[in-house]
Design a protein around this ligand. Structure first.
Ligand code: DC
Length: 208
């Protein structure tokens, strides 16, 4: 498998911007695993499925056709503009908590990374702890709640807090730092400086 850098952290911790910038700097592909859970949620809502129905959602997650780039398509339908709607924000953590949904997504994430020509920077909640346990580098980003809520300006503070609570307390693959992760607090730190810190960490890990 090609090289993987795995970046986890809560909503608004800077994962997306940092992972994209790092992928650019390294010449790696960028994998937004949150977008995959959001895509399943868009389709589940369109079909009127109950976000608590793990069996139906697991079947959906395993069977739908998912394209990630250049835009997210579900069964050929472009859902990119629906991924961050309020309805999806409200349901995605419930959908993502089901083991069957996670199993289907993890398999797709590993397959996707294995197909990349150089390497992958993956970001999400469990990329370092579950999806890519042999990642060349594991990173956990944090930031103050105020800053995370500010960064997620289009999502209410209550919604961010609710997702955090569900994502960290669920039984299946809860959000937590991998024991060997570089932990970076991004509060008040520019994206480029976070990337520099991660690259420095990568250099120490690969030279030891
Ligand atoms: O990163 P994001 O905010 O787009 O993620 C949306 C939701 O998807 C998040 O609240 C929980 C879920 N998720 C997950 O359970 N595991 C991942 N690896 C990525 C996201």
């Amino acid at each position: 498998m090609s090289a993987v850098v795995a970046i986890d952290g809560p909503a608004g911790s800077g994962k997306s911007s940092v992972a994209r910038a790092l992928a650019d700097a390294l010449g790696y592909s960028f994998l937004d695993t949150g977008a995959m859970y959001r895509a399943v949620t868009v389709e589940a809502l369109a079909r009127g499925l109950d976000p608590h129905d793990g069996a139906a959602l697991g079947e959906l997650a395993g069977s739908l056709e998912l394209v990630l780039t250049p835009r997210v398509l579900v069964n050929g339908r472009d859902v990119e503009d629906e991924l961050r709607s309020e309805a999806v924000n409200a349901a995605v953590s419930l959908v993502a908590a089901h083991r069957a949904v996670r199993a289907a997504m993890v398999e797709r994430q590993r397959e996707w990374a294995a197909r990349q020509p150089v390497g992958t920077v993956a970001e999400g909640r469990d990329t370092a702890t579950v999806v890519f346990p042999h990642a060349a580098l594991k990173v956990f980003l944090t930031a103050s709640l105020e800053e995370r809520q500010r960064r997620r300006g289009d999502e209410s503070a209550a919604s961010v807090a609710r997702r955090d609570a569900v994502d960290t307390s669920r039984e299946a693959s809860p959000l937590r730092p991998a024991p060997e992760a570089c932990v970076v607090d991004t509060t008040g730190v520019a994206v480029d400086d976070v990337v520099k810190e991660i690259v420095a960490c990568l250099a120490t890990r690969t030279s030891s």
